[in-house]
Design a protein around this ligand. Structure first.
Ligand code: SD4
Length: 348
């Protein structure tokens, strides 16, 4: 468990992370990506755009909402943000021009629900919760998921914004599918002039523990831009993009979903925490397995895991440098931390 000194150092890093040049200079060290337990509630989520999402979740907790309510409300912020090019409306489409969304939600008591490859619904996370609460199933896909959403009274709309359509038409000229690591970090990415200024994938994974120690998580995305129609990533798959066990903690992932699915990533992180690893150690082991299985491929792709233990301790680890996560608690609602990573120089 990191000492108070480590926590202070980490907090300073967080301050640096918000002033982006500081983050760029920060080198990976063990205390990065690990924040100690604290009494009371805490919300964590992937990437720097997790800050406003965390705040919405926090407000919900403050108004007496459960951890499940909080994560459901929180991830709706990027879902509705048309400037975010891959969660919900405004997301980049697949190869054929369809915006297809994946989402999952899980409570610490084991209840869970998900939708995959759903179209025309701005808030797939709300449909996922409805699957969990109003059906005997866990996962609905494609047309069946849309049919269910219609039956539940969800409003339908075209999710392909003019801006996303323009990006798709530009992509069609070469039509090369090549995910860009860290494209999710809008400010970070752009301020450093890293390659691939267009966001081709963003995912928000959020984990919350409320003041009673109750846990929940949610994950929502439009997946990898320009993917094949029908492709489903890790985000709606319980155990891959999200897993929560109220006795232990929760984990969520972002990046190239195929790599996470191959390793049942989020389940693995939670199981490692159950065996006594810290959140950060557990994330690191899950990332290292991905790298070990496909070392050459791993050099050019990004996967990041974020974990929150039942006692509020949090940690993260990624393949490439540049993964960030946002932390919100009574002390501060808007900290952004740099995750440590296997590679510290790639894409920089
Ligand atoms: C996917 N894991 O569909 C998602 C994409 C993602 O940040 O996380 N992007 O594979």
């Amino acid at each position: 468990m990191p000492s108070r000194r480590d926590f202070l150092k980490t907090s300073m890093l967080a301050a640096g992370a918000l002033g982006l040049p500081g983050l760029a200079r920060a080198s990976a060290s063990p205390e990065q990506g690990a924040i100690p337990a604290r009494a009371g509630a805490r919300v964590v989520s992937t990437w720097d755009f997790g800050v406003p999402a965390n705040r919405a979740a926090w407000r919900r907790l403050g108004a007496g909402g459960t951890a499940l309510d909080a994560v459901e409300v929180g991830v709706q912020v990027p879902e509705a943000d048309v400037a975010n090019h891959s969660v919900g409306k405004g997301g980049y489409p697949d190869r054929d021009g369809h915006v297809t969304l994946d989402a999952s939600i899980m409570d610490g008591d084991g209840r869970c629900g998900a939708v995959a490859c759903i179209e025309r619904i701005v808030h797939p996370i709300r449909v996922a919760r409805r699957v969990m609460e109003a059906t005997p199933h866990v996962l609905l896909v494609g047309d069946g998921a849309l049919q269910f959403a219609r039956e539940q009274g969800f409003h339908e709309e075209d999710l392909l914004t003019p801006e996303a359509a323009e990006a798709w038409h530009a992509w069609l000229k070469e039509a090369r599918y090549q995910p860009v690591p860290n494209s999710e970090n809008r400010d970070y990415h752009q301020s450093l002039g890293l390659p691939g200024g267009k966001h081709n994938h963003d995912t928000i994974g959020m984990l919350a523990v409320d003041a009673h120690g109750h846990l929940a998580g949610a994950c929502t995305t439009s997946g990898m831009a320009w993917k094949l129609h029908g492709r489903v990533g890790d985000s709606p798959l319980i155990g891959a993009g999200l897993y929560v066990d109220g006795e232990v903690g929760g984990a969520t992932s972002t990046g190239v979903g195929e790599e996470v699915i191959r390793n049942a990533g989020s389940f693995l992180v939670v199981e490692l925490m159950r065996q006594g690893r810290s959140p950060q150690e557990a994330c690191e082991e899950a990332v290292r397995r991905i790298v070990k299985k496909r070392p050459d491929a791993a050099k050019e792709l990004q996967v990041g895991f974020l974990a929150l233990r039942r006692d509020g301790a949090a940690g993260a680890f990624a393949v490439q440098r540049g993964f960030t996560y946002a932390v919100c608690d009574a002390e501060s609602t808007d900290r952004v931390f740099a995750s440590p990573s296997v590679y510290t120089t790639s894409f920089n």
